[in-house]
Ligand binder design. Sequence first.
Ligand code: NAG
Ligand code: NAG
Ligand code: NAG
Ligand code: NAG
Ligand code: NAG
Length: 525
Amino acid sequence: MVRRLGFAGLLVVALLGQQTAQTANILAVFAYSFGSSYVLVKPYLQNLVQRGHQLTVISAPVSYMGDIEGVQHIRVESLKKLSKDLEEYDYETEMTSKWAEASFVADYFYNCSKLILEEPGVRSLLQNASAQFSMVILEAAHTDALYGFAKHYNASLVGISSFGGAWNIDFLAGNSAPSVYEPMSALGFSRGLSLVEKMKNLIFISEERLVERFIYLPGQIELYKRYFSFDASSLHEIRKKFSLILLNQHFSLGRVRSNVPNLVEVGGMHLSQKPEPLSAELQGFLDEAVHGAIYFSMNSDMLDKWLPPNMQKTMLNAFARLKQRVVWRTTFQTPNESNNLYVRPWHPQREILNHPNVKLYITQVGLLSIIEASYYAVPMLCIPAYFDQFKNADRLERLGMAKTLDIYALDLEEVVETIHELLNNDSYAKNAKKLSMRFTDQPMTPMETAIWWTEYVLRHNGADHMRIVEQDMSLMQYYSVDIFSVLFGRIGLTALIVIFLGYTVVTIALRTTQYHLRLSIPVVT
Ligand SMILES: *[C@@H]1O[C@H](CO)[C@@H](O)[C@H](O)[C@H]1NC(C)=O
Ligand SMILES: *[C@@H]1O[C@H](CO)[C@@H](O)[C@H](O)[C@H]1NC(C)=O
Ligand SMILES: *[C@@H]1O[C@H](CO)[C@@H](O)[C@H](O)[C@H]1NC(C)=O
Ligand SMILES: *[C@@H]1O[C@H](CO)[C@@H](O)[C@H](O)[C@H]1NC(C)=O
Ligand SMILES: *[C@@H]1O[C@H](CO)[C@@H](O)[C@H](O)[C@H]1NC(C)=O
């Protein structure tokens, strides 16, 4: 079977072992305060250790990522507090505008960087003159203050983008072209096929750039100056010095983009990790599912209390009308209403998706869910709730392996009908299989690819030759405005820039005003 030919983990080491390895001291810094991103990076770190590199890893506590043998761990216990902040934040009432949202996110990442940099273990590492690193690996975006580690150790900088490609990642890698063609956000952001869509994307990116410059970067720069004692201009310099960025995506999964050589797609690299086995009980439950089984999980980071209150009930009622057995991952206290329901707060997800009786995966479609469902060829019912999930759902629907429902308007009849359609119309399973075949058809596994390019950077002292010689790429070039100038000529271009800047300023002003209005004045309709 094709799916089993895939990414057998142990082979990675064996295959790469033929190349003479130059081992190095590597520092990895991951400020994630949620588990799913560690699912992605842990196998990568493990493989680097197996290749003989000496790793020091700064990360959240053991409960987020277990110890890796042979690694010197520096745990930042205080990152736990951040998960709590996220849990307790009132999204409904507080995220009322782009600026409110941006301020919250900026605040969150400021806290991430700060907690790492003030951790005593990290302080003493920075003060230890005999600690030397030739490479620093971190999440590419959002915690810019941490780039200071690379400057402090004069080390090559390698980023992992666990959310895949985006305009800010393109900027870091010097990848000027793709953003305008690409959807980046859930907020009504389209694929950039027509000129109007490209314009919209351009405006959106400009807004994001303003947000980055004025809301998010100042805090990171302050931390960078405070904890590393370098000046701000050197941070802007490092932001153009990424040797390599590993993107958690793959073109075969329906998102094609042009990448410069130092942007490498490694989506699926976590699949090199041996999956957790099924318990005997769950194995039996799935084996005996004569009408097939459904896996329902709203993602490990998804706190059940954020879900709309009626969702659990609607889904339970829908499941009660199915012949199929359902494995449900939830922390929600649910009675075992029928013999067809298996409820736990955690499940060995990959082995469930790999079970031949599992015919459908119902989820809110995070990036890792897409990768796993595609790999194991399981059709999906998408119920997106946040961030990139809407565009993920849209992508899967276009690939013909999924259908999408609105989380805030779940209707019992519609849920049952959609599930029936996904189970009975075999076009979804066929398309899922096709997708799986092309995703696993790669010259090297994603993990081998990730390790190979990482060591390439080590072998070539930072591999500066992989970067586009863009020196100070101007704003106009970065926004690909030159493309538009060809279309519109000079006068058109000038008008375009005026309109676009005007529009950006006005929309931002409007949003901010609305936000303030909502806070201070009762709305009359
Ligand atoms: C950041 O930390 C401050 C101070 O500890 C706290 O008041 C704030 O709620 C935190 N913000 C976020 C988004 O975590
Ligand atoms: C400083 O770093 C060296 C090399 O990594 C290590 O052997 C030593 O124990 C460290 N010293 C302290 C005080 O942490
Ligand atoms: C930093 O590293 C580069 C090569 O990686 C080297 O050419 C340069 O001399 C180093 N700078 C310092 C101050 O050690
Ligand atoms: C459902 O039943 C299983 C045993 O079949 C039990 O272990 C589990 O705790 C029950 N779940 C709930 C939420 O009651
Ligand atoms: C199955 O689904 C596909 C794609 O949505 C649709 O084109 C086709 O008509 C469906 N077949 C049946 C028998 O409903």
